[in-house]
Design a protein around this ligand. Structure first.
Ligand code: NAD
Length: 259
């Protein structure tokens, strides 16, 4: 049978973790998933975040909107338990979350505290492995796990600091997950967008300079937006991408090829 070349997610159910507001990368991806026909569940960090997340989730017609702070014991597990009891299965998930304490993020990598390093790794990397572990039983006929990285994982980007090693670990986690779950037709990929103005990005010092450099250096001389990321995300979770796994895929106007 020929794989479909049209991105259709009709009949697919996905979990989106990482919507803070309508400007989040997760929101752009969620819009693309729904536009392609998917049914979604989404999460919100806590009660303070809910008023910003709910309007996005409502517009997307999310069937479930659940609390999820991956630092709170049992909360991530409760999300997957809800998915199991309401849907019984899951076709894809998007992990689009990251965190590092400001003091550690704004200092040199060699100075970061053990606690800050551990927390950044836990929220930004280990949570992806936890989600893969919890999704596996809900994907008996296969599925797709997506996360979001940044080229500061491979190259030293001024002010990206601690998040560089954390994203490097996340990218490695994607490769191991793809290999371990591949026999079950569960795929794992990371999208690596160029810089985009979001709430998390505002925590990186001099982020505006990163945006300016990106626009100057990228072959297309255009900044990436969350719709660009969403278009790739929707394709990656579709059946058309069924042999694409273990990759870190840039969406950066070609910036990664420039020396
Ligand atoms: P954002 O602020 O919109 O989203 C970050 C999300 O992380 C928020 O929804 C927040 O609630 C969530 N989060 C933080 N701590 C959490 C926790 N303990 N439990 C659960 N969720 C938690 O920012 P964004 O830029 O859309 O970030 C999404 C992902 O994209 C991140 O992994 C980020 O590193 C990555 N990324 C961003 C850029 C960029 O330039 N904006 C570029 C490349 C990669």
């Amino acid at each position: 049978m020929q794989p479909s070349v049209t991105t259709s997610l009709h009949g697919k159910r996905g979990l989106v973790v990482g919507i803070a507001n309508q400007s989040s990368i997760a929101a752009g991806c969620a819009r693309a998933f729904v536009a392609a026909g998917a049914t979604l569940a989404a999460t919100y960090l806590n009660d303070k975040a809910l008023p910003h997340v709910r309007p996005v989730a409502d517009t997307l017609g999310c069937e479930l909107l659940l609390p999820c702070d991956v630092r709170v014991p049992g909360q991530l597990e409760a999300v997957f338990e809800q998915l199991r009891s309401v849907w019984g299965r899951l076709d894809f998930l998007l992990h689009a979350i990251a965190f590092a304490p400001a003091d550690d993020l704004h200092g040199r990598v060699v100075d970061c505290s053990p606690a800050g390093f551990g927390l950044a790794m836990d929220v930004s990397c280990h949570s992806f492995l936890r989600m893969a572990h919890l999704a596996e039983p809900l994907m008996p006929t296969g599925g797709c796990l997506l996360t979001v990285s940044f080229y500061g994982s491979r190259r030293v980007v001024a002010n990206y600091n601690l998040m560089g090693p954390v994203k490097a670990a996340l990218e490695s986690a994607v490769r191991y997950t793809a290999t371990e779950l591949g026999p079950k037709q569960i795929r794992a990929n990371a999208i690596s967008p160029g810089p985009i103005s979001t709430r998390a990005a505002s925590g990186i010092a001099h982020f505006d300079e990163l945006l300016e450099a990106e626009a100057a250096e990228a072959p297309e001389h255009q900044l990436v937006d969350i719709e660009d990321v969403g278009a790739l995300a929707a394709f990656l979770v579709s059946d058309g991408a069924r042999r694409i796994t273990g990759n870190i895929i840039p969406v950066d106007g070609g910036q990664h090829v420039v020396a």
